[in-house]
Design a protein around this ligand. Structure first.
Ligand SMILES: [Zn+2]
Length: 542
């Protein structure tokens, strides 16, 4: 998702605890059914979806079926499938037999009559219909966007991060289990084109309707699945990438074709920079697409959606206020950055969503680093600190579908930028970023796995470091006093064991110091003392 311009510059250092308690008591049984790996989910592993849906734009109505194929891991006869009201499950079939369904809010418990034996690969057909929730403020408050383009033609898109894909189609709506591959078949009125994820396999002519079949040959998270229907035209190019030839396709409203041909030059530039930093684009087989939509944009896997009005920056604004943010189209760079962090490496629980947004916000400055150098990239990421609120921790609540603070974007990015300084060796840093993408290729992961990998690769115990920035709202503060030829310093506002070394400038000369919670003394030749700006800490002379 993209960063919400909230109330910036507002720093809330306290009051967070009360807010946390408030949040915690607000969770309901429905949150648990949605957010946890329930026994009715745990016993089966998703292997394949065939989502077959008809979209009727004039009625704002959809109907169809999802064929869900799964492998039995443990014996169980009850399966949980999610679909949110007002959408309805009309019937569920297995091998032609209609099954009983017990409804519990948005969770539906299906009683299977055929014995489910470990290792079997079975499937069910879930039929559904309804008037799906209309997006109020896509993509944040998502659902279906039923819009019209400037020529009065239908311009329709889905977006459902957070809310969940079950807002419009029935599925196993939890991040931990990604389907291995998927066919998305969409029927819509003739004259309009649907673009979904993956590759277009077939286009069927059904008289006054058309049916497009899009095949995704890689694991995909539910919220990444999308349909986009409009008066589209397309152009494409072949990109010579790390894994060979990559199709890059661009689907835009006919009226924006010329504008897009010029503006989308940021896309191959993005691909070059991100393959350098993160390794090969993770979905060569499914192509890379940018698809114009009537909202700002979203990281839909292999069909990244675009609505940044063909402007540089974030709708023409620079989130860093340094000027560097206007060197690129924020939506192209940020949403495509998610192909590596969100789509390739996906959080198992949405509480760990900082893995998506922290790394991706950080990718914005790596794009700048690639084209404009290290200073430019540092200016940018440091500039974005003004957006950090320190209101809640970056990690949210597990098992209730609750993400952490929106600080996961720019505090996350600055945490990673700070870590890069500690590692010193830029090639090792790049190796780690690429290593994450190969180690956790097409997987869902926990924060712990990311922490452990980074500690292992850097040969440092980073547990206190991550505790500080991911699980606490306080920013480490270096207190110091200069007494004659000595400087005394220590950290306050830190978690147990936090002892990050930092670079400082003393009389213009760069040196390392090794603060912890105890006062330390160091002799100095100059009273001109400054903490290197690359470290995300505060400092205070006392
Ligand atoms: Zn994002």
């Amino acid at each position: 998702m993209k960063y919400k311009i909230l109330v910036l510059f507002v720093l809330l250092f306290s009051a967070s605890q009360a807010q946390l308690l408030q949040d915690k008591t607000d969770f309901t049984r429905q949150d648990t059914l949605r957010g946890s790996i329930t026994p009715e989910r745990e016993w089966w592993d998703l292997t394949y979806y065939h989502l077959d849906v008809e979209v009727k734009p004039d009625e704002k109505f959809i109907s169809g079926k999802n064929t869900i194929q799964y492998k039995v891991l443990k014996p169980n006869q009850v399966m949980q499938i999610d679909l949110q009201a007002p959408m309805q499950i009309t019937k569920v079939l297995q091998d032609g037999t209609e099954l009983q369904v017990k409804h519990d809010g948005n969770a539906h418990f299906i009683s299977l009559t055929i014995n489910q034996n470990i290792g079997d690969v079975n499937s069910i057909e879930v039929h559904f219909k309804g008037y799906p929730k209309e997006a109020k403020r896509a993509p944040w408050d998502g659902g279906f966007s039923w819009k019209k383009d400037e020529n009065g033609k239908h311009f329709i898109a889905t977006s459902n991060q957070g809310l969940g894909a079950s807002v419009w189609w029935p599925n196993k709506d939890h991040m931990y289990d990604e389907v291995d591959s998927m066919l998305i078949s969409v029927t819509n009125p003739k004259g309009l084109t649907n673009v979904s994820n993956g590759s277009l396999r077939q286009l069927e002519d059904l008289g006054d309707k058309v049916k497009s079949h899009w095949f995704v040959s890689n694991p995909i998270n539910n919220y990444g699945v999308n349909i986009n229907i409009g008066d589209y035209t397309n152009f494409s190019e072949t990109y010579q990438g790390e894994k060979g030839e990559l199709d890059m396709d661009y689907w835009v409203l006919s009226s924006n074709l010329e504008k897009a041909k010029e503006h989308f030059k940021d896309a191959p530039k993005m691909m070059k920079a991100f393959e350098h930093w993160f390794g090969p684009y993770p979905f060569y087989e499914d192509s890379f697409k940018l698809v114009e939509v009537p909202y700002l944009g979203m990281e839909h896997q292999s069909s990244v959606t675009y609505g940044n009005q063909y402007k540089k920056g974030y709708l023409g604004n620079d989130l860093s206020r340094t000027g560097w943010g206007l060197k690129f189209d924020f939506i192209i760079i940020h949403e495509a950055g998610h192909e590596w962090f969100a789509n390739n490496i996906t959080n198992k629980d949405v509480a760990d969503m900082w893995i998506h947004e922290g790394f991706t916000a950080y990718s914005e400055n790596l794009f700048l680093d690639y084209y404009y150098g290290k200073e430019a990239s540092a200016d940018y990421v440091i500039g974005t600190r003004a957006n950090i609120q320190n209101d809640r921790p970056l990690i949210g609540y597990y098992n209730v579908n609750k993400e952490g603070s929106s600080d996961m974007y720019y505090k996350g990015a600055n945490m990673l930028h700070t870590l890069r300084q500690l590692i010193e060796d830029d090639e090792l840093w790049r190796k780690i970023l690429r290593g994450l993408n190969s180690e956790f290729y097409h997987q869902t992961v926990t924060t712990k796995q990311i922490e452990d990998y980074m500690s292992k690769m850097t040969n440092k115990d980073l547990s206190a470091y991550f505790n500080q920035y991911l699980r606490d709202t306080r920013i480490p503060t270096l207190e110091y006093k200069i007494e004659g030829n000595n400087i005394k310093f220590r950290y306050v506002n830190i978690v147990d064991g936090f002892d990050m070394p930092i670079e400082v400038k003393i009389g213009g000369k760069t040196e390392w110091i090794f603060p912890n919670s105890e006062w330390k003394t160091k002799s100095i030749e100059s009273s001109d003392f400054k903490v290197d700006r690359d470290y995300y800490i505060f400092s205070k002379e006392i």
